[in-house]
Design a binder for this molecule. Structure first.
Ligand SMILES: [Zn+2]
Length: 290
């Protein structure tokens, strides 16, 4: 199907990436995570404050999630492996939250451990999540056919989601200053269609809004991820994730919990300011490789 034929109900199926299922089997998800963390110097099963919930329960939601019950005392990673690229991506995202919270220093105040700038924890989650669309990681971790082709597809999805969130933020800024909210209905459709090239349902103009401009946290997290990854690749090479020193740096930064904002964290590591153009650069690089 071409872009002109795609309607909103096709989007989920397109990004589900079922054609790649064979490369992402359910039984290799956890081992791949274990080995990836081990390379970074983290023994997933040896962390006394990390619990893996792998139990089969009849109504268990198959979507992985991280439950930071105590930070850093008790962090639970809940999963029910289904396989497929989206399921792998979710597991690695949630593992990023898990390791961030589990490594947060207990000596920080509760506000610095549990509150703060969520772009930080989302950025760490995305750093691990995006390994699953990194061709170098795919080649090393999985016997993967056409990794650059898959990475380009992953980058395209990232582009779509980032553009969607940009439009959401623009819409929310207008929404929260509007006199008459019902007049925003066509504006929602206009902004989202322009950004994603797929027309959303007008009926979602009130529902598709996150509290407290959370869309901006995700956008800043994508920038943080892209800039941290660029820095890690520069320091440790494109296979940065297999370097123990990279793991030491991550653990050092994770220990700061959410005390620094994403901007402060990045400045500390690279001296740069958060810049969404870094996301465009990483997407462009993936697309240029095929
Ligand atoms: Zn997250």
């Amino acid at each position: 199907m071409g872009l002109g034929e795609i309607a909103r109900w096709d989007v989920g199926r397109a990004w589900r990436g079922a054609d790649w299922d064979a490369a992402f089997p359910p039984d290799r998800m956890l081992p791949a995570l274990e080995v990836t963390l081990a390379d970074l110097g983290i023994d997933l099963h040896g962390q006394p404050n990390v619990e893996l919930d792998l139990d089969e329960r009849p109504n268990k939601d198959p979507r992985a999630f991280c439950s930071p019950i105590e930070v850093p005392g008790r962090v639970v990673l809940v999963m029910k492996p289904q396989g497929g690229p989206a399921d792998w991506r979710t597991l690695f995202h949630e593992a990023g939250h898990t390791e961030h919270f589990a490594h947060t220093s207990a000596s920080l105040s509760p506000e610095e451990r549990r509150l703060g700038d969520n772009a930080v924890t989302e950025g760490w989650a995305m750093l691990l999540e995006h390994l699953t669309i990194d061709p170098v990681w795919l080649e090393r971790r999985l016997d993967f056919p056409r990794p650059y082709e898959f990475a380009a597809e992953g980058a395209t999805e990232l582009l779509w989601v980032v553009r969607r969130y940009c439009a959401k933020l623009l819409y929310e800024l207008e929404f929260h200053t509007a006199e008459d909210l019902t007049a925003l209905r066509p504006r929602y459709v206009e902004l989202l269609t322009e950004a994603t090239k797929v027309e959303p349902a007008a009926a979602d103009y009130l529902g598709d809004i996150d509290d407290g401009f959370y869309a901006s946290q995700y956008l800043r997290a994508w920038a943080l991820e892209a800039q941290l990854r660029a820095c890690l690749r520069e320091r440790f090479g494109n296979a940065w994730f297999s370097h123990r020193e990279a793991g030491s740096l991550l653990r050092e930064l994770w220990a700061e919990g959410q005390k620094p904002t994403a901007d402060e964290l990045l400045r500390e590591v690279t001296g740069e300011a958060l810049e969404l153009a870094a996301v465009a650069d990483r997407i462009r690089e993936s697309l240029a490789a095929v």
